[in-house]
Ligand binder design. Structure first.
Ligand code: DER
Length: 221
């Protein structure tokens, strides 16, 4: 079993009967969704909401019951991956381009469980370029505001064209390098008109599950 699958399947053990479950996005979340579908087939009764069209499609394909957002008050547990996780469970997310919907699910979740392999565990956030979601309107001006923070934002491309999120927005990947104060940076970014959201998840994760190459898996609350 690979390290992402190790972490994912350990996290899915936390799902209980009757829960509303938030489905993350990415290759690690893929294993969690697959294991959730197995448990549903074994009789687990849950309903799910998805953080991306791709994850929603997987849930439908694999038979996980979905529920509309306007039918729920909150999410009991969200299981999602990350690009980086520091010792305080602060995260950089958005490598898969789903950060806005992922952050919405995380915010409304009683418990957010992050699933990573050991390569994602860092002392300090920032080696991974920070994804920033911006609206496709006057984006050159928004990019200029980002540059004033000392970075060279790169609009994300996919198959030779500008990448669009499920929300029709653009992603600017910003190499801040080592981030000293993630909370302050998150606030500064979101104050820029044109910035919709960014990939800093500060004090949002309750549990980090890590899979290691030697077969170990740890769960830190
Ligand atoms: O886009 C995201 O935030 C994803 O969770 C992502 O960053 C983690 O993706 P991975 O599990 O494919 O490494």
């Amino acid at each position: 079993m690979n390290t992402k699958q190790l972490a994912a399947e350990k996290a899915v053990e936390s799902i209980e009967e009757g829960m509303i479950v938030g489905l993350g996005t990415g290759s690690t979340a893929y294993f969690a969704i697959r294991r959730i579908a197995e448990r549903v087939k074994e009789g687990l009764s849950i309903r799910a909401v998805a953080s991306s069209q791709h994850s929603e499609d997987l849930a439908r394909e694999w038979g996980i019951p979905l529920v509309a957002f306007d039918e729920i008050e909150a999410i009991d547990v969200t299981i999602d991956g990350a690009d980086e996780a520091d010792g305080e469970a602060n995260l950089i997310k958005g490598g898969g381009g789903a950060l806005l919907r992922e952050k919405i699910l995380a915010h409304h979740s009683r418990r957010m469980i992050v699933i990573v392999d050991e390569s994602k565990r860092v002392e300090r956030l920032g080696a991974f370029p920070l994804p920033v979601e911006i609206v496709p309107f006057a984006e050159n001006l928004t990019l200029r505001s980002l540059k004033e923070l000392g970075v060279e934002p790169q609009l994300r491309m996919k198959e030779g064209v500008l990448f669009r999120t499920d929300n029709g927005n653009l992603i600017a990947d910003c190499r801040f390098g080592s981030i000293d104060d993630a909370a302050q940076l998150e606030r500064r970014l979101n104050l820029i008109p044109g910035v919709v959201e960014n990939g800093l998840f500060v004090r949002m994760a309750h549990t980090v599950v890590t899979g290691y190459g030697d077969g170990r898996v740890t769960m830190q609350d």
